[in-house]
Write a protein that binds this ligand. Sequence first.
Ligand SMILES: Cc1ncc(COP(=O)(O)O)c(C=O)c1O
Length: 451
Amino acid sequence: MSHIDHWKSVLSGPVPEKDIGAIEVIAEMGRDVIPNGPQIPKPGCTSYITTAATDMGSIATLAGIVASPQRVGITAFNHLEGLSLTWLAEMFGLPSGMQGIFSSGGSTANLIGLGAARQWVFQQIGIDAAADGVQRACKVYATQQSHHTIHRSVAVLGMGRNAVVHIEVDDNMRMLPDALRKQLQADRALDALPVAIVANAGSTNTGSIDPLQTIGEIAREYNIWFHIDGAYGLPGTLDSKKHDLYQGIALADSITVDAHKWLGAAVGIGATFVRDHASLRNTFTQGDADYLKNSTAAEEEIENSMDSVGFAYHDLGVELSAPTRGAIVWALIREIGVEGMKARICRHNEMARRVADQAKQHPHLELALEPTLSICCFRYVHEKADDLNALNKQIHRQLMKHGVNIPSTTMVGDKFVIRPCFLGARTDWHHADDLVNEVIDIGNKIMSNDS
Ligand SMILES: Cc1ncc(COP(=O)(O)O)c(C=O)c1O
């Protein structure tokens, strides 16, 4: 029986009639569940764009779960929701006065931003899309590098995923403004509402950042909502070497960032910031539920946490019940300050640069793309290899098997490449070198066995 079949069978069975008690459940958790989790918490894991929470991220999550199972109320937790959103906006230089809202992650954060966009655009033609639905064909402009949750958001919002138009990218995977302009011009002839232009501030595949300033100006010129997906890459603006790439953020109508990526929170925290408060509220307000009507006492009577829902974040997103998230973000920033965040982000960007430099120098490595942020796309090459894609797949399989340096892969054009994304707070300088050395070792061994 394979190892996986073994733990699956141990963790299967009918619903138990008899109790085993907390101590035994905890023992099973330690023996059968936790060791069979993903490799993500390992510091050498540079897969996807997910990481393990820092110690503070874990402690603050536990504190939130125990002390504040909901974000509502006149509580320190409800208050910190607002404070930490303000801190994020300040830290990343967002336009002043944007309304922030936490949600479960980048998927929902994009849905919220694009929901506000849909509301705003339909409002311009006298339609309340939240109340009456989408009554016209729509267009949303993005690139093929956009995260697939953009397409799903557009679908969920009733516009249909085919409303997403892919604008051509340059060799660095950045949206081509001229191609965007051309498409907008051509689409004027259609009876379709242009709802939003979506730019990446750190794409998932390669970390590319679209030319935000130019795209933002085009959005203004055509009176189209400008949404920036910064789920992964927005914190990159803290790196002074990258800061200029973020010019144009000032033009954003909505922008997202995930605390559970570069900031070190446990999975479950994304944020959306929206310029037009009314569109956000009109999209998501839930109206009055009878059982919530009594929840706010007259202001002079408010004495304890349950006398009011506090700031009603549930009117600005898709969740009513939601865990408290602000206190976690507050704790993460409080612990290491902006300086600590900066140091982590600069280190990770430099690590990607270091891999790139090694890939350029080593005779058996090839850099597929200059890194923009903390992702580096490279591959092993050998003059005797017939199929470099197959070879790099084989190398990646072996990396997975060894389970120490664990990058993911992607395609850059038609090249299958190794794609480390340096992001975890525990991922340190040597992990970059360790990965490169292991790729070279595995590649060399495969080639010497083949010859
Ligand atoms: C750029 C970008 N946007 C959105 C998402 C979706 O975020 P989540 O997985 O937190 O829902 C991701 C996930 O990796 C991402 O990289």
